[in-house]
Design a protein around this ligand. Sequence first.
Ligand SMILES: Cc1cc2nc3c(=O)[nH]c(=O)nc-3n(C[C@H](O)[C@H](O)[C@H](O)COP(=O)(O)OP(=O)(O)OC[C@H]3O[C@@H](n4cnc5c(N)ncnc54)[C@H](O)[C@@H]3O)c2cc1C
Length: 438
Amino acid sequence: MSAPKTGIKVVIVGAGFGGLTAAIECHRHGHDVEIYENFPELKVLGDIISFGANGGRIFNRWSDGAIARKLRSLSIDLTEYGFRIHKYDTGEVVYHQKNTPQNPEAPVFNGHRGELHEVVFNYARDELGIPIHLNQQVNEYFEEPDRAGIVLTSGEKIYGDIVIGADGVRSKARELVLGYVDKPKSSGYAVWRAWFSNKDMIKDPRTKEFVENGDTFNGWIGPDVHFLFSTIKGGKDCCWVLTHRDEHDIDESWSFPGKLEEVYEVLEGWDPICRAIVEKTPSLVDWKLVYRDPLPTWVSKHARILLLGDAAHPFLPTSAQGATQAMEDGVTIAVCLRRGGKDGVPFAVKAHQVIRYDRVRAVQKTGESTRDRWHKTDWKKVAEDPESIAFRREDWIHEHDAENYAEEVFDGILKKLAEPQSVEGGDSLPSGPTPVAV
Ligand SMILES: Cc1cc2nc3c(=O)[nH]c(=O)nc-3n(C[C@H](O)[C@H](O)[C@H](O)COP(=O)(O)OP(=O)(O)OC[C@H]3O[C@@H](n4cnc5c(N)ncnc54)[C@H](O)[C@@H]3O)c2cc1C
C-alpha cells in the first residue's frame, strides 16, 4: 500500500518498537516522518520479547510479508513442543498446552528483542528511507496551537504538525502532556532475565533434552514466583525469566546486573532441574517491574503531542502485549492522521486516544490477572481442571485488527469530537468506546 501524500509532518521521539511502527505506518499512510533517537548506534539489546497475533498482523503487512518472514526465522517455533507447565516442587507436568496453529495473516513471534528490533529498524531506515537521527537526545517538548516541536541537546528546534513521544517508560514527553512528573511505582515484582548459548546445557545430561531436539518452552509455577524457560533457533539459544516479589525502591533505575545466589535462594525447594538450568547462566539482569496508574490523558493541551507505547502505558510481561500494544498505537495514529487530514491533526490525535484508551487498559489488566492466577495457584483445582493453569490467549486481544478498526470507527468518533462540548478545553476527552469484545 502506498497512500497519496498528506503533507502532514510527523516528528517521532524514540526508535523502540512503538516509535518504529508509528514511523513505518505513517510512511505507509502518506505522512512525512522522521525519528529522533537517543542511542548512538543500534545494539542488539535485551532478551525475549513477545508479539501476539495482533502484532503479527501488523508486521505481515510490511513489504508483502517479507518482514514477517525475516522475523519468523529468528523466532521460537513451538508447533511440536507446545508449552509445558510444571508444578514448582514436584516438577510434574500439570498441563501440556498445545500450540494453536499459526494464522498466516496474523502470526505470533517470540524472539530476541534486539534481533527482532534490528529487522524492523533496518526496514524503516534502509528500505523505506525514513530518516532516523541517532545520538539525538530530546531535552524539551513544546507546542503551539498549530504546530509542535522538540529541542535537541544542540539547542536545535525541530517542528512538526504533530510530535509523537514514543520515548519509553521514562518518557520526557509525559511531563509536558501531564504538566507534572509522574514517577514510576514499583509493581512489587521484579524479573531476573537471561539469554545465553546452549553450549553448557548440551553437556549436562540433566538439561540436554531441552536443546538437542528443537525449540522448547517450559514453565514452573510456584507461590508468588514463576520461572519460564525457552530454547530458540532449534535449541541453539536459551532464555529464562523468573518473576518474583521485590519491594526495592525503583526511583532512579530499574535494570541491574543480577546475582545468581539470589536466584538460587528463591529456587530453594524447587524441582532441581530449575537450578540445573540457571547454573548455566553466564550473566543475568535484574529487571524491576515498574508500573503506573493509568494516565488521565496521552494528549497535550493543543493535541499536537501524543504519548505512545510505554510512554503512555507500561505493561507487565505476563500480558505478553507491551510491544504489541505499542505497535497498535502506531498503526492507529497513522490511520487517524490520514483520515483527519492536515487541518484536522488535533482531532485525529484525540480520536486516536478515544480508539485506544479503554482497549489498552483492558489488555493491561490481563498482565495482572495471569500473574495473580499463577502466583496463587490452587493445586487441587488444577488437578481437577488442568486447563485452568493455561496461559490464556484471549481472542478479543489477538484477533484485533488495529488498522481496520481505526478505519471503521474514525468517522463516528470524529463526529462526536466535533460536538462543541467535547472539544472545549481540549484536554477533557470523552471516554473511549467499549473495548472490542471485552
Ligand atoms: C534497551 C531496551 C531493552 C529492552 N529489552 C526488553 C526485553 O528484553 N524484553 C521485553 O519484553 N521488553 C524489553 N524492552 C521493553 C520493550 O521493548 C518495550 O516495552 C516495548 O517494546 C514498547 O516499546 P516502546 O517503543 O514504547 O518503548 P522502548 O522500547 O522503551 O523505546 C523507547 C525509545 O526511546 C528512546 N528515548 C528515550 N528518551 C529519549 C529522549 N529523551 N530522546 C531521544 N530518544 C529517547 C530510547 O532510547 C528508546 O530507544 C526493552 C526496552 C529497551 C529500551
